[in-house]
Design a protein around this ligand. Structure first.
Ligand code: GSH
Length: 203
């Protein structure tokens, strides 16, 4: 049985969403988003930085949300929610899948640190504003790519589980401006998916 190590309001939600979309059974270890759980010796043995998500599968233990999504597709599905290598959508699938952690999450991380995690006296207005500008720029091409499409490559795919989750987070942080109409509609579409609702309400 797959076992997901989880904390609420984190990237672990991507893996709940994935497993729910695929209808795969799994056990879940719910931890608090707090150093007492995440930085415990027990959890550091699973992830050296004490982060989530981590997935265990028999003798396998794997971290990095994108790697976990690809692992689950390869090991537990017949192709998964991804186009075949020969499909015209395949390059776009790869691009948006990796754009998530590569381009969108770095400024999102800074914004979370500068608004939620640091006490007010240690927050840096310049760092925050720079990250907000960077995120707005990084979201622009996604808004364009979604023009006339329900999901990033047309059909719902693993790229939506990665980048859609990051965009949902960005929107919740108030970083999707009203001109990005395609992204706004995309967030609504994602939020209407039952598997996403299960993931995002899990505590
Ligand atoms: N690139 C990693 C990032 C993992 C990560 O930073 N997870 C955050 C939650 S979203 C975490 O565990 N933070 C706890 C901490 O920094 O102490 C992934 O995609 O899995």
């Amino acid at each position: 049985m797959l076992k997901l190590h989880f904390a609420p309001n984190s990237r672990a939600g991507r893996i709940v969403w994935l497993l729910e979309e695929l209808g795969l059974p799994y056990d879940i270890n719910k931890m608090a988003f707090h150093p007492k759980d995440l930085k415990s010796d027990e959890h550091r043995a699973r992830h050296p930085l004490g982060r989530v998500p981590v997935l265990e599968d028999g003798g396998v233990s794997i971290y990095e949300s994108g790697a976990i999504v690809e692992y689950v597709f390869a090991k537990h599905t017949d192709g998964g929610l991804k186009p075949s290598v020969d499909a015209p959508e395949f390059p776009a699938y790869l691009q948006w899948f990796h754009y998530c952690e590569g381009m969108v999450m770095p400024p999102v991380n800074t914004i979370v640190v500068q608004t939620v995690l640091l006490p007010p006296e240690r927050q840096n207005k310049e760092a925050l504003e720079q990250a907000q500008r960077l995120l707005t720029k990084a979201l622009q091409p996604i808004d364009e790519a979604l023009d006339g499409k329900d999901y990033l490559i047309g059909e719902f795919s693993g790229a939506d589980i990665m980048l859609g989750h990051a965009i949902f987070m960005s929107n919740r942080l108030g970083c999707v401006n009203d001109e990005m109409q395609n992204i706004k509609a995309y967030v609504e579409r994602i939020q209407a998916r039952p598997a996403f609702q299960t993931a995002i309400t899990m505590q």
